[in-house]
Design a protein. Structure first.
Lengths: 551, 384
């Protein structure tokens, strides 16, 4: 993984010193709260319902054991012994004190981490495929380009005061596991006309109150021009994006107001006028960065492990976990393992400091020192030998982490909701816990099959409800929490925004509603059909009838 | 209202009135006409500090339209934006509260590393477009043997302030003469000639500066050390404390030369020196031009490959004004107490700190920061 050299260390330390200076000026009153706010946000510091929340960048979701342990230490020392993994591959601490923040930032800098631009109207943490360099459908490692974008966007002099926040995701595989179509810029590495890899560039995707699937602005961009092209998109957005209305300030609104063709024309015109050599990275520098991402040396092993196969026969709990949480690897004899943070009854995405330490240990013992976070709020050990999987499972099971629900109904994406967030209109965590309990039985989940259920506690859609097969949105109707259901969303290659199925439901009804929807799907599905396939074939009618027919 | 110079953080005493004030929604035509009209300052209005359109406008003016005059940020801004302004192409920022000027000056140096190239980036760059530019300049300078041509190349390739630190030694006088003769300053090059007034200079050095200013029609700035630091040093070590140990001597050089030098170099894009390879072993490998990572500028040594014979021949042929001390056997001239004449055949730098061992005799100006001893006086902040 990328290693800081003197330059990066010096920079991050300067940034910590700068923030200390800003905090000091706020405390003396030299900075007003209005002036301080965007500065603290650019260091990941939010003022939430009960306390400050600190959002730590995990660039493209990659962590070393040392980093994860340091996060555990920070949780113990300055928070309440746990953290929350987010849908943007970051980590949040919910109970940090303002006076401690410079020290927390310094502790992060010690392990080559930071909170730079995890909030504010600037380019945010670049997200990616959690299975990079492990998945067998990968064309090229996206992390190299994520790191290039991370450096380029860090304190960019021109683009730090954009109309609104800006999110970029990169995927280098055949399957989109980074939800690129729901980002301000989505980058897919594709094979070009001459057999060279380049980017298909999507723009204007996003969730929030006005969800859009990103549109193609360029079918093929030669890789070496990534920065100059992204630069031009940002410049057009910076100059033309709306600044009069917070809710209409994202690039998706601009793209849809102009139309993709006019927007493309503006970007291409700017790009033509750009001195690309001055912006694009020199080849040497791309090579330097790429050299950090060489995959670990994995000696080939037997593609079948007898002990593992026997365990699957004899232990049904193991078998279910294995089926859902162990994914194919490009090197024979290895797999990627998902460590679910979705145990029924617990807050989705939360991990205690002890859990962080444990996962760090496991990554050292079994995982070639690599840990990834994914946007579905779980942890991943990307490189594990098949022969080690039973031992790994036993340690996880003992710690209550062998939850075999990856990509199943129980693997809900969920925002913090009204329990923590001062934007939220409704609770989300308690509802998610209730749903998880209702579907706790792994046999039942297995019968249902893969199903993405996402829930947000307000229209800002941090829980990605628009892209859930089943989406749940908490709203406030005259003082009552109501939950609106959307069906048919998808974050993948068939990206789609879900459709609202009808009037909302009260909190206590939601688990039953989900049950009804799931039953309707199971009754209507044909052999081997996914939820989306059934939905697209039968339409809304049977679901509406099941939900509202009796009224 | 006061105006801050973003390259130094200093206030500008009597600012011009902007020729044009651009609103943040100015279109390409408005930008082009502002550039075309005249070279007077272009002001860009920030209706709110959170409205970042002005950053893009400045970059278009600089990179696309080639505007080289002053770009001024006006309206609502906060000091923490100073570096973003500077690196996007702004020269100055108008601020309402004169008391905030100190904060503006300080925030300019809080962050000293950057990941994006830009026309006026004063910081070392992650991917070193600067290294590349320095290497290219090095090649170009090596390709010509003519000093006047080298000076022209430097002026042509460096966009921004070119600092020239002179000790009024032979080499520096040659460079000063060549700059004057080349006419690059008249043609618009921003060459800042200065000498470090350590407080211990020979009177002959000051006389030579006076005569040089007259003959070469230039101003030579005298850059002084911080009075407080000098007082503290002398209180600790005594008036000639530098004779007692190498550490003391290096402390003295640090405070009287290195820190003032770094201050004078701040915001400069390049730094011209008179280093030559055959001056000492330590200088045997100096290139014509190289990226100085710590100071974030291109260090240029246009006489790097000159021999002593060639230097003397040039001085004779061009009647270069030189320090009268050279005639008394002084070769490399630093502060008066630490310089003595040398005998024919001695190492040219034998007259500097003659009580110290050979090979280590650098004041620190031309030594990487990481290889210098820690700052000597109580306060440890880097010379800004």
């Amino acid at each position: 993984m990328y290693r800081y050299d003197e330059f990066d260390h010096a920079f991050v330390n300067e940034r910590v010193a700068e923030f200390r200076d800003q905090v000091a000026r706020r405390l003396t009153g030299e900075l007003s709260e209005e002036e301080f706010r965007p500065l603290r946000l650019r260091n990941g510091l939010y003022l939430q319902l009960h306390a400050y929340m600190l959002r730590i960048a995990i660039p493209y979701g990659q962590l070393s054991p040392r980093q994860l342990r340091q996060l555990g230490m920070i949780g113990r020392k300055w928070d309440r012994g746990y953290g929350h993994f987010t849908t943007r591959q970051n980590l949040q601490f919910n109970w940090i004190k303002l006076v401690d923040v410079p020290d927390v930032l310094a502790a992060l800098a010690d392990v080559e981490m930071h909170c730079i631009q995890t909030s504010g109207n600037c380019v945010r943490n670049v997200t990616s495929d959690p299975y990079a360099a492990a998945a067998n459908d990968e064309l090229e490692d996206p992390r190299v380009w994520c790191e290039i974008l991370r450096q380029w966007s860090t304190l960019h002099p021109e683009f730090n005061w954009l109309p609104r926040k800006f999110k970029i995701a990169v995927s280098g595989a055949a399957e989109d596991r980074a939800a690129t179509a729901f980002h301000d810029i989505g980058l897919r590495i594709v094979r070009g006309p001459d057999g060279e890899n380049g980017f298909r560039v999507l723009v204007g995707g996003g969730m929030g109150r006005t969800p859009y699937v990103g549109q193609v602005i360029r079918e093929f961009l030669p890789k070496e021009h990534l920065l100059s092209y992204v630069d031009s998109i940002l410049r057009v957005y910076n100059l033309l994006g709306r600044r009069d209305n917070l809710y209409k300030a994202r690039i998706k609104i601009l793209v849809n107001a102009l139309g993709i063709d006019k927007f493309r024309e503006a970007v291409e015109t700017d790009w033509e006028a750009t001195n690309k050599d001055a912006v694009d990275l020199p080849e040497d520098e791309i090579r330097r960065i790429a050299s950090y991402f060489a995959p670990p040396d994995l000696p080939e092993r037997a593609p079948r492990d007898e002990a593992l196969a026997a365990r699957r026969e004899s232990d049904s709990g193991f078998a279910i976990w294995y089926r859902n949480n162990v994914l194919a690897h490009r090197v024979p004899g290895y797999a990627s393992v998902v460590i679910s943070l979705k145990e029924p009854g617990r807050t989705p995405g939360d991990a205690s400091s002890d859990t962080m330490d444990l996962v760090a240990d496991l990554a050292e013992r079994f995982g070639h020192n690599e840990i990834r976070t994914n946007y579905t709020q779980n942890l991943v050990l990307p490189h594990v030998a098949l022969a080690d999987i039973p031992a790994l499972y036993d340690v996880l099971a003992e710690a209550g982490l062998a939850v075999g629900n990856n990509e199943m109904l129980g693997d809900m994406i969920c925002c913090p909701g009204l329990d923590y967030c001062n934007l939220a209109n409704a609770r989300s965590i308690p509802i998610a816990k209730e749903i998880a309990k209702r579907f706790e039985d792994p046999e039942r989940q297995a019968e249902i099959g893969k199903l993405r259920v996402n829930m947000s506690g307000c229209i800002n859609a941090c829980g990605h409800h628009h892209s859930g097969n089943i989406g749940i949105l908490g709203v406030d109707k005259r003082g009552t929490e109501l939950y609106q259901i959307t069906l048919g969303g998808s974050p993948k290659d068939d990206a789609a925004v879900g459709t609202i199925i009808g009037p909302g439901f009260r909190a206590e009804k939601v688990p039953e509603v989900i049950d009804t929807i799931v039953d309707t799907y199971v009754e209507n599905r044909q052999e081997g059909e996914s939820f989306l396939e059934t939905w697209r074939r039968v339409g809304a009618a049977p679901f509406k009838e099941a939900l509202y027919g009796a009224r | 209202m006061v105006l801050v110079d973003l390259s130094t953080g200093e206030l500008i005493a009597e600012p011009d009135t902007p020729a044009t004030v651009l609103e943040p929604d100015s279109n390409e035509e408005a930008l082009a006409s502002a550039v075309g009209g005249n070279a007077g300052p272009i002001a860009i209005m920030f209706p709110s500090f959170a409205d970042g359109r002005g950053f893009s406008l400045a970059r278009i003016l600089r990179d696309r339209l080639g505007f080289t005059g002053e770009i001024r940020a006006v309206g609502s801004l906060i000091p923490d934006q100073s570096q973003f302004l500077l690196r996007s192409g702004f020269d100055t920022a108008e601020i309402a509260d004169p008391d905030a000027a100190e904060t503006w000056r300080r925030t300019l140096t809080l962050i000293r590393h950057s990941y994006q190239p830009s026309a006026r980036n004063p910081m070392p760059l992650r991917w070193n477009a600067s290294t590349k530019a320095a290497a290219e300049l090095d090649r170009a300078l090596n390709a010509t043997d003519d000093l006047a041509e080298r000076i022209r190349l430097i002026a042509e390739r460096i966009d921004g302030r070119i600092a020239f630190s002179t000790s009024v030694g032979l080499e520096d006088q040659v460079i000063l003469q060549a700059i004057a003769k080349s006419g690059v300053v008249k043609a618009g090059a921003d060459i800042d000639v200065f000498t470090l007034d350590t407080g211990r200079l020979f009177p002959e050095v000051l006389e030579t500066i006076e005569l040089s200013e007259l003959r070469y029609r230039t101003r030579i700035r005298l850059v002084s050390p911080e009075a407080r630091e000098v007082e503290e040093l002398v209180r600790r070590d005594g008036v000639y404390g530098f004779r007692r140990s190498i550490e003391n001597r290096k402390s003295c050089c640090e405070i009287r030369k290195v820190r003032p030098l770094n201050r004078a170099l701040q915001g400069a894009q390049a730094w011209i020196t008179g280093l030559r390879r055959d001056q000492s072993d330590a200088r045997a490998d100096v290139p014509m031009a190289e990226w100085d990572k710590e100071r974030g500028l291109i260090k240029i040594n246009p006489l790097a490959d000159w021999s002593e014979e060639r230097l003397n021949a040039y001085i004779d042929d061009n009647a270069v004004l030189v320090n009268p001390l050279h005639a008394q056997g002084f070769v490399s001239i630093g502060c008066a107490p630490c310089t003595r004449p040398i005998e024919p055949g001695e190492d040219p730098r034998a007259g500097r700190w003659w009580w110290e061992a050979e090979g280590m005799k650098e004041c620190g100006m031309h030594v990487a920061e990481s290889e210098r001893p820690a700052a000597p006086v109580a306060q440890q902040e880097k010379a800004a």
